[in-house]
Design a binder for this molecule. Sequence first.
Ligand code: HEC
Ligand code: HEC
Length: 348
Amino acid sequence: MMGLRTKGGIAAALLVAAMTLPSIATAQSAAELVSMKRDYRRPPPLPVTNPALVELGRELFYDTQISASGKTACASCHFKELGWAVTDPQSRNDSGKLTSRKSQPLLGVGHMGKAPVNWDGRSASLEAQAKSSIATGSMSMQETQTPVKVEVIEARIRANEAYVAKFERALPGTPINVDSIAAALAAFERTLEPGIAPFDRWIEGDGQAISEAAKRGFVLFSTSKTNCFACHTGWRFTDDLFHDIGSSTTDLGRGRVVKDDEQAQYAFKTPTLRSVALRPPYLHNASRQTLHDVLVHYEKGGIDRPSRSPLMMPIQLTEAERQDLIAFMETLTEEPQAVGRGSYERLP
Ligand code: HEC
Ligand code: HEC
């Protein structure tokens, strides 16, 4: 078996072999599967260092007052019940225009470290993203004849006594401006921990938490037969990097930001697969309607062009294997009733 990930790869190889062998081999490979599952264990939620700032950020995230028109909120395009994403192929921004790409999921964004933000990585941090969204992006009226200056939005928040008190508590002595607003929003976003999913319970040892089909799907996903794990890596199922998966897009993606890098052309940030089943249609341009459609794309391997990731290649799946992969991806949906380790919002 070549190209398998180190520890887990050997386990997977054994497991795949075991599936076709008499049960004598199964006990051994079950032990190996345990070691393979270790790569998917969740880290503890990120510590909240400034709860007052997070609370303020949560309020601002839902407040339309931080948009130019006073009608759009961050939450207008990032729905909690959809993993902080949307099911609309495009969303209507504060200028009344459709966004050029599908909104991204915010589940787990606190764990992306210093990775660039947005499908094309044009923002250097969550703070920078929030600031540009308010000043010139989807929360602004830049695409209209009557743009609103960011100073007007700042003054609106400064005129609100309740906000003044909350800013003073969260960031004593700091002026209320787009930077402090962005700091609060980013602090809140970092608490959007993916809630516990059946997959997590299985990883933690509950053998009944997911179906046999999903377990087979996990093995397929995590081995070189499909290579999915190479980009959808670890417990969040993303490497936070940019890849051209060879879709028939006309959008240059990362290539618009990094113009002289061949590999960046048509490359997009690997989305987390946490709660992925909740948010069809798929990809930055919503060009795939279902998870099944996404798999059909991966089977073809995408358009062969200089920018296409070397990790992409045609793969062969039977319909049963497609169903197993889908069953696996469905186990990544967070359970709304989970309390304690899920998103900050669910904590008592
Ligand atoms: C009109 C819809 C809309 C509104 C309003 C909106 N967003 Fe978004 N959001 C999007 C879209 C579309 C993208 C993908 C943009 C791209 O990459 O071109 C996105 C991407 C993001 C990302 C990048 C995630 C990642 O993994 O890289 C973050 C973070 C984010 N939005 C936070 C916010 C915050 C905070 C606000 C409020 C200040 C906000 N959004 C308001 C539609 C919206
Ligand atoms: C070369 C890296 C790479 C490999 C290999 C890979 N993916 Fe992806 N995946 C991505 C990127 C990048 C995107 C976003 C592309 C876009 O928006 O155009 C994506 C998007 C997706 C989506 C859509 C998610 C959403 O929110 O829209 C799903 C589902 C998915 N991949 C599943 C898989 C499966 C299953 C496999 C294995 C058969 C796989 N991926 C292999 C990088 C990869």
